[in-house]
Design a binder for this molecule. Structure first.
Ligand code: ADE
Length: 223
């Protein structure tokens, strides 16, 4: 998968993308991330990416020209999915992440300041995605969250063991409880079944617990 990220802060992504699963995904050539500085697509000497809003009001609005130019330069012959990160978008969830993990090319546009010129939303973006009902200072963190959620679902990114677990428990259930050594920590004991070595029983217990946890904490997921 190829992911282009259009942002005015390309540097803030690097430390996160260069660690852990995302690093592995890139090293395995399952994922390529390209950071695109909006300023590189401006046409003026000052590399201006924003301007005052028509009609007045506080703050600045990200201008359409550099964003359109960036997308037009990046887009390949094959269709890329262009996503605007914004609090107005549809909320990202596991199902949407799963759907996006099948795309070959994503172009993520990170909004900033008071907003993005509406024509980006209307005439450029295929989809608008939010990561939750709160307002961030920009789309950068949201883009990182989206990349993280999607990258781990690309086939071959996680090891066999992890992907198997992903498949059996992913969409509608929360995780079952996990324990590691010691079996008795300050008097808190690990459920005996997990020490039994009976894999069939352990699987049954885990399914039951996942269901129980979901029913208790997130009953809405079971609907
Ligand atoms: N930009 C600002 N807030 C956001 C949010 N909640 N999701 C996606 N992009 C955003």
């Amino acid at each position: 998968m190829l992911i282009d990220i259009i942002t005015i802060f390309p540097d803030i992504f690097r430390p996160y993308f260069d660690e852990s699963i995302l690093k592995i995904a890139q090293n395995k050539n399952k994922l390529k991330i390209r950071l695109r500085d909006v300023r590189d697509y401006t046409l003026d000497a000052h590399r201006k990416v924003d301007d005052r809003p028509f009609g007045g009001g506080p703050g600045m609005v990200m201008a359409p020209e550099p964003i359109f130019r960036a997308v037009e330069k990046i887009r390949r012959r094959k269709k890329a999915k262009i996503i605007l990160l914004s609090p107005q978008g549809k909320t990202l969830n596991q199902k949407l992440a799963q759907k996006l993990s099948h795309c070959r090319h994503l172009i993520l546009i990170c909004g900033r300041y008071e907003g993005v010129d509406e024509r980006v939303r209307e005439a450029l973006a295929d989809e608008e995605i939010s990561i939750g009902d709160y307002v961030l200072t920009g789309g950068e963190l949201a883009a990182m969250v989206l990349v993280d959620a999607v990258a781990r679902l690309i086939p071959g990114v996680l090891g066999d063991e992890d992907s198997a677990r992903l498949e059996s428990y992913s969409e509608n259930l929360l995780e079952y409880p996990q324990y590691t050594r010691p079996a008795d920590f300050r008097g808190m004991r690990v459920p005996r079944i997990l020490l039994s070595g009976n894999h069939k029983k352990i699987e049954e217990w885990r399914s039951k617990e996942a269901l129980k946890t979901t029913r208790k904490k997130r009953p809405d997921l079971l609907k």
